[in-house]
Design a protein around this ligand. Structure first.
Ligand code: IMP
Ligand code: MG
Length: 458
């Protein structure tokens, strides 16, 4: 039996009727996302910086100041934790509802940029949650194992406890922070619970309610002019055919749902639409960024890990300068893991890839790439959901020839050497999606376009 709705659909098909709702006809609006295809630190910040001129808005949609993006422009190096990387370019930047905001850090970053003569055009979602000092204290206590549970190796920036309060409906949002009366009322409501929690976790120097009010009310006043309904602003921008770039932080293997739980961050690294307040159908292209090898900071499974005390591992750590931007911790390093990337390509809806830090592999005689995992129960081509299965998996490697020179200068740009290009083609063939960009150094211009792609162009 056909319902009324089927009848309408049939009518549309039969008479090629134009629906009066343009979106429903599948109009594609130009929002793109850049996501980390590994465990974070893939070089997303640099690519955002390269591509930002092609967009009107650059939006962060999850995470907080656990992130660390390094952007090198000429002789200047910028390090961001909270502001979208597009801020250097003077793009309109948005901190979306899915982000957790530490107001102290945000004010510092604004001061840093404005101090260097950059004008920041910023919009902060009024729905974004605020990281308060007790979140930071509780993160530290949990990492010291005071209440039992596992050590995750977090950045201790209060990210997990802030998202936990959001989910428990105990959070303080930006719309409250910037309104002194509401801020005080909300803090008085939730603080007693937080105080008990801090006592339970034996937090030393637990921040008092009065000290929080005293320090954070002025921060709210400083940030007030940036706070608005960011989802609405983005909706209007898309309607006006503005171009929007959604900038991921961390990586898909750290996603709260799809990552290597419990060794994950507490946000949805895949959730570009939900974390910015736009519909998923607006995101027409997803650029996955991966290093030409792999790194991970903190605890958790890492199948292709190498010892960083010697040999190739030590070399990757040193040549790649693999130390965390946020915490300075040495990163764990290993070979490129294609089963892991087949997985992130699927869960992230990645349509194109960029490979970064190819130059770090230069000088190796052979480069190994994990193409599958061998488990007691057979071969796996993709990343298993169960940590127990992952821990029993041994990577199966394919060895490809290394290179001494990654890329040559050609005119104003660069071209990959024959061997480096062969490595990229091998990865592309194994993964079944195009590698459209390669990065061969930290500078903006050390970025090679390998294939036509939709990103960054107006
Ligand atoms: P949290 O996000 O501070 O709670 O840390 C949870 C896990 O995510 C830890 O393993 C961190 O090292 C990792 N992590 C958080 N932010 C980043 C990042 O920006 N790059 C790489 N790893 C990160
Ligand atoms: Mg980073």
């Amino acid at each position: 039996m056909l319902g009324a709705a089927d009848g309408l659909a049939l009518a549309c098909l039969t008479f090629k009727m134009r629906l009066p709702f343009p979106r429903a006809e599948g109009t594609r609006l130009p929002a793109h996302a850049i996501l980390g295809a590994q465990w974070g630190d893939e070089g997303k910040g640099k690519l955002v910086d390269v591509l930002a001129p092609g967009y009107d808005f650059v939006v962060r949609f999850q995470g907080g100041n656990n992130a660390g993006h390094t952007v090198v422009v000429g002789k200047e190096t910028y390090k961001f934790h909270l502001l979208p990387s597009g801020a250097v370019q003077g793009r309109r930047v948005v901190i979306g509802n899915g982000v957790v905001v530490d107001p102290r850090v945000l004010v510092q970053e604004l001061d840093q940029l404005e101090g260097r003569g950059k004008k920041v055009r910023l919009l902060i979602s009024d729905r974004a949650h605020v990281i308060l000092p007790y979140h930071v204290s509780l993160d530290g206590a949990a990492e010291q194992g005071k209440g039992g549970g596992r050590k995750i190796g977090t950045t201790r920036r209060g990210i997990g406890p802030c998202y936990a309060d959001k989910a428990a409906r105990l959070g303080v949002r930006m719309m409250e922070l910037v309104d002194p009366a509401r801020f005080e009322a909300r803090l008085r409501e939730v603080y007693p619970l937080k105080e008990r929690e801090m006592r339970m976790w034996e937090v030393p120097d637990a921040p008092s309610l009065e000290s929080i009010l005293k320090d954070y009310t002025p921060l709210g006043a400083r940030l007030q002019r940036y706070v608005a309904d960011a989802g609405e602003a983005l909706g209007a921008a898309l309607k006006g055919k503005k171009r929007v770039l959604l900038e991921g932080a961390q990586g898909l293997l750290l996603d709260i749902d799809h990552g290597t739980y419990p060794y994950v961050t507490s946000s949805s690294t895949v959730g570009a639409a939900g974390g910015s307040g736009m519909g998923a159908h607006h995101v027409e292209g997803v650029l996955g960024v991966a290093k030409a090898y792999a790194t991970r900071v903190g605890e958790g499974p890492f199948p292709t890990e190498l010892s960083s005390a010697e040999g190739v591992g030590k070399r990757l750590l040193e040549v790649g300068k693999e130390f965390g931007t946020t915490t300075g911790r040495p990163r764990r390093v290993g070979w490129l893991d294609l089963p892991a990337m087949r997985y992130t390509i699927r869960v992230g809806g990645i349509t194109h890839l960029a490979l970064t830090k190819l130059d770090v592999l230069a000088g190796l005689e052979r480069v190994e790439v994990a193409v599958a995992y061998q488990t007691p129960k057979g071969t796996l081509r993709s990343f298993p959901s169960d940590e127990a299965r992952l821990l029993g998996a041994r990577p199966r490697y394919t060895s490809v020839p290394g290179w001494t020179e990654t890329a040559k200068r050609v005119g104003k740009g660069w071209a990959l050497s024959k061997e480096a290009a062969a490595y990229v083609r091998f990865v592309e063939k194994e993964l079944g999606i195009p590698v459209v960009m390669a990065s061969v150094g930290p500078a903006r211009d050390a970025t090679i376009t390998l294939r036509r792609h939709p990103f960054g162009r107006a």
